[in-house]
Design a protein around this ligand. Structure first.
Ligand code: ZN
Length: 332
């Protein structure tokens, strides 16, 4: 039995037909965690649907209305890159409910997982890139509304930049700050983010991503680390370490939302970085070690993962639970 909770429902399955997004991954992760005895049935909690009021903490009434009545324009539906259906909307409301529940349990237990979620490309007024609503942002705003937290930090390690999250929490960056960037010859140097002024927003956003990838327009996060193509484990981990140190020098979060995308993997079909499965587990360990050392509760969501073999995506996501188990049990 784990010391933390895993939030999961069979309703996380996305009814999108044959698609590069492996909609069945959530159930496979759930089943594998049990089969390998990484978790026990009693470690899992079933989420409720987020309420419309929860969703409206982040999204515009117009967009929510369109989703609930099937009134998206063809262009809006095309931008989602997944086929619209009422069942699809329900799956996303459920994922948001799962992230709310995971945030709630993280604040009690130090860490908690949504075995789903991480839909970081959803903006207040539209969805895109397989993301209909932004479950992580909804969970943060709900915890704030309930008076559970004042501040939060997102640590987005999906290979794609967290454009929706960045836009939702924009204003969280002092303009003109020099930011870590791995896109230049400074790759091997230590980036320093020298902030002059106070942090403006209540949510600090960090995104480590491949620069030469979707989304083309990357609204600024508090810290964006634009990684070059093909970067491997050691360089990636050094940049992550730098970004976390820099972010936590500038900002004191009461909740850390880790968006643990599996798509920086070298075999990913939609990613161009070269991390190994072992490197991705070391990435998870680094995030958890930092959160634990500073006493910051960590809420985990899964975001993308498009490995040629879906087994690899499932293994990477299961490893994130193993990493939390090891770090929060104090073994590492
Ligand atoms: Zn991604």
């Amino acid at each position: 039995m784990l010391t933390f909770k895993l939030i999961y429902s069979d309703g996380y399955f996305l009814p999108i037909g044959a698609h590069v997004f492996p909609a069945e991954k959530y159930k496979r992760i759930h089943d594998q965690l049990l089969a390998y005895e990484i978790a026990a049935p009693s470690d899992f909690l079933v989420p409720h649907l987020a309420t419309d009021q929860d969703v409206l903490l982040v999204h515009t009434p117009q967009y929510v209305e369109k989703l609930k009545t099937g009134a998206l324009s063809p262009r809006e539906e095309m931008e989602l890159e997944v086929p619209y259906s009422p069942e699809l909307v329900r799956a996303f409301w459920l994922a948001a409910g799962g992230s709310i529940l995971a945030a709630d349990h993280a604040l009690n237990d130090g860490v908690a997982f949504n075995i789903g979620g991480g839909f970081h490309h959803a903006f207040p007024d539209h969805g895109e890139g397989f993301c209909v609503i932004n479950d992580v942002a909804i969970a943060i705003r709900r915890m704030q509304r309930d008076g559970r937290i004042r501040t939060a930090m997102t640590v987005d390690c999906d290979v794609h930049q967290g454009n929706g999250t960045a836009a939702i929490f924009s204003g969280a960056r002092s303009p003109g700050d020099p930011l870590p960037s791995a896109s230049s010859s400074r790759l091997k140097t230590t980036p320093e983010s020298k902030t002059g002024g106070a942090h403006a927003g209540d949510v600090f956003t960090i995104s480590l991503h491949q620069e030469n990838n979707y989304p083309a327009w990357k609204p600024p996060s508090s810290i964006d680390v634009n990684l070059p193509d093909g970067i491997g484990d050691d360089d990636y981990l050094a940049w992550l370490d730098n970004a976390l140190s820099s972010g936590l020098r500038q900002f004191d979060p009461e909740l850390l939302c880790y968006i643990a995308g599996a798509d920086p993997y070298r075999e990913d079909q939609l990613g161009g970085l070269s991390l190994t499965i072992d490197g991705l587990k070391r990435r998870d360990e680094l995030v958890f070690r930092v959160a634990r050392a500073r006493g910051i509760p960590a809420m985990v969501t899964y975001a993308g993962g498009y490995a040629r073999n879906v087994e690899d995506t499932v293994a990477i996501h299961c490893n994130t639970v193993i990493a939390a188990k090891e770090i929060f049990a104090g073994k590492a």
